[in-house]
Structure formats: C-alpha cells, structure tokens
Design a protein around this ligand. Structure first.
Ligand SMILES: C/C(=C\Cc1cc(O)c2ccccc2c1O)CCC[C@H](C)CCC[C@H](C)CCCC(C)C
Ligand code: SAM
Length: 290
C-alpha cells in the first residue's frame, strides 16, 4: 500500500496570476508518476524574477531613449517608418466610430494615425509602461494642428502592461502594436491579451522588425544596424540601447512562427506581411466573428 503525504503550495507569479504549483513530499515504496513529481519551484520562481528584471530594464531603456526616439526613427529609416505605421493602421481595419487600442504606443505615432482612422466619433487608447514615452505622446497630442485635431478621435494615454491589459474583454474594435511585441517578455501572453480585449471579428496589426531568413536581407539589416543605427545612437549617448536591436531581432519569432503563435492565442486568421523590403513585417490577426 503506497502512502503519500503531500501538501499543496500556491505560488503567486509575476502578473498576479496564481499558478498552482504542487509540491508533494512523497513517502512510500514507489516514486509517484512523472506528472506528480515535485515541480521545481525554485526554477519557476527564477524564471519569473528574470522576466521581472528584463521588463524593468526595458522600461528604463525606453524612458532613457524617449527624448531621441522619434528623431532617430525618422533619420535612420529615412522617414519610411511612418509609411510602415500607416500600413499597420490600414491592416487593423480601424473604422469610423470605433474604440481602438494602440499597445506599446510609445510617443504615439500609431495612436495618432488610429485617431484619424476612427475619427471624432471614435475613441483611441494608447498604452505603454514607460511614463516618459506617454508624456511625449500627450505633449504631441496638444501640438497637433487644429485641422488634424478636428478630424481625430479623443485620445487617452494609459500607463500599463501589455501582458496584463487593464481593459474588459471584447472592448476594442481594432488594435495595433508597433515595435512592441519583440520587446515584451512573454509574447504568447501579449497575443492572448490582445485577443481577449478585441471584439469578435476585430483585427490587430502587429508591426515590427522582420527576423528574415533571407541571408541578403538579414545581412543588410545587420550591416545597417551596426554601421548606421548604432553609430548615430552613440552620438546621442544611447548606443547600448540601440545595440539591443540586433539580438532582439534574431531571437524574435519569424513571420511564420508569429502566425502560429497568433493561432495558439485564439485568433482564427493570421497573416504576416513583409514590408520595407522585408526588413520589417506586420502580423495581421483576426478574432473569430462568432
Ligand atoms: C520605428 C523603427 C524602430 C523602432 C524601435 C524599436 C525598438 O525595439 C527599439 C529598441 C531600442 C532602441 C530603439 C528602438 C526603436 O527605435 C524602425 C525604423 C528605425 C530603425 C532604428 C532604423 C532601422 C534601419 C533599417 C535596418 C534600415 C532601413 C533602410 C531603408 C531606409 C528602409
Ligand atoms: C520601440 S517602442 C514602439 C513605440 C511605438 N509603438 C512606435 O511604433 O513607435 C516600444 C514601446 O513598447 C513599450 N513596452 C515594452 N514592453 C512593454 C510592456 N510590457 N507593456 C507596455 N509597454 C511596453 C516601451 O515602453 C516602448 O515605448
């Protein structure tokens, strides 16, 4: 007769999500089946604390580059990043009168485009965890010319985490996430949160660098980052923050992998479109309409 004494410990993980971790002290003649052996609680806690540290470091980084962010993007992409962002808003299918969400909004480039897409009868929410970026976005909102402001939606800037969106289920008709998915510490969770807050039939456009398997494109991207982006960043004193780009791109899921992650998150349609000569890409994922 096998005697098993055990106790169940609950551990509250990083995002306030209680994950049951069963830690059974086992006595008896035979080891428990695999699925009941003690879960390595320490390893799971180390993983959670690493994610916390990574997120905090990225928040600090984006607060640090906020003063030069827009200028760097315009100069280094020769203004092309604005074309790519307009494409993302088109792909989000944001329509007049809708409530739209821009996750990882930064200084607000995409959120401002969404505000024009949904118009004065709509609403736009920009979410970011870097307060300095949100302050920039809010400042830019007030600087818009009256003609643009008149045909734009009212905007709200929310300090929050893309991995725990402070919004109700099915509360947005469209969403965007520009150069944010590569920067979160839990990509599947970010996609799952986007799915949760979208209304049935709604889409999200996720724009980012493309981890392109084509050696020519990848080689050019590596060359441009090392020989143009980082040197210019160095002149602004933020070289280290832009040196982060290349490794972050190389560990980023490919377009095909992003499509699979979107399906795993519950989306019923997911297509990754290369843009900018394949240097960038936009994942367009749509929630089931039923
Ligand atoms: C808008 C762009 C990048 C935003 C961005 C995303 C990040 O994750 C960062 C992390 C750390 C620091 C900065 C950023 C960041 O700025 C894309 C355009 C700006 C790029 C910095 C420039 C990329 C240059 C291309 C590799 C080559 C473009 C060639 C041609 C002009 C199309
Ligand atoms: C490269 S910027 C992109 C800004 C803007 N979407 C654009 O296209 O220019 C990435 C932004 O994501 C934000 N971010 C990264 N991880 C986040 C998270 N977990 N929750 C909220 N914002 C996050 C950063 O603070 C930063 O402002």
């Amino acid at each position: 007769m096998q005697t098993v004494r055990g106790s169940c410990h609950l551990s509250v993980a990083l995002r306030g999500v209680t994950r049951p971790i069963v830690n059974l002290q086992v006595s008896g003649q035979r080891r428990l089946p695999l699925h009941l052996r003690a879960v390595d609680v320490q390893a799971q806690n180390r993983e959670t604390s690493q994610a916390t540290q990574d997120a905090a470091a990225r928040e600090t980084m984006f607060n640090r580059i906020a003063p030069v962010y827009d200028q760097m993007n315009d100069v280094l992409s020769l203004g092309q990043h604005r074309v790519w962002k307009r494409m993302a808003v088109k792909w989000s299918r944001a329509r007049a009168g809708q409530r739209a969400l821009d996750v990882c909004c930064g200084s607000g480039d995409i959120a401002f485009l969404l505000a024009q897409a949904v118009g004065p009868s709509g609403e736009v929410v920009g979410l970011d965890f870097a307060q300095d970026m949100l302050d920039d976005a809010s400042g830019r909102e007030d600087e818009r010319v009256p003609s643009v402001m008149e045909r734009s939606a009212p905007m709200e800037w929310v300090a929050g985490d893309a991995l725990r969106l402070p919004f109700d289920d099915a509360s947005f008709g469209a969403a965007t996430m520009g150069y944010g998915l590569r920067n979160v510490t839990d990509i599947p969770l970010a996609l799952s949160e986007l799915h949760r807050v979208l209304q049935p039939g709604a889409s999200v456009a996720v724009l980012d660098f493309n981890n392109n398997p084509n050696p020519l494109i990848d080689g050019f991207q590596e060359f441009a980052l090392a020989n143009a982006v980082v040197p210019l960043a160095r002149s602004f004193g933020v070289a280290e923050d832009y040196e982060y780009l290349r490794p972050s791109i190389k560990r980023f899921p490919s377009g095909a992998q992003q499509e699979q992650l979107a399906y795993a998150a519950g989306f019923t349609m997911a297509v990754h479109y290369p843009v900018g000569f394949g240097l960038m890409g936009c994942l367009v994922a749509t929630k089931s309409g039923s």
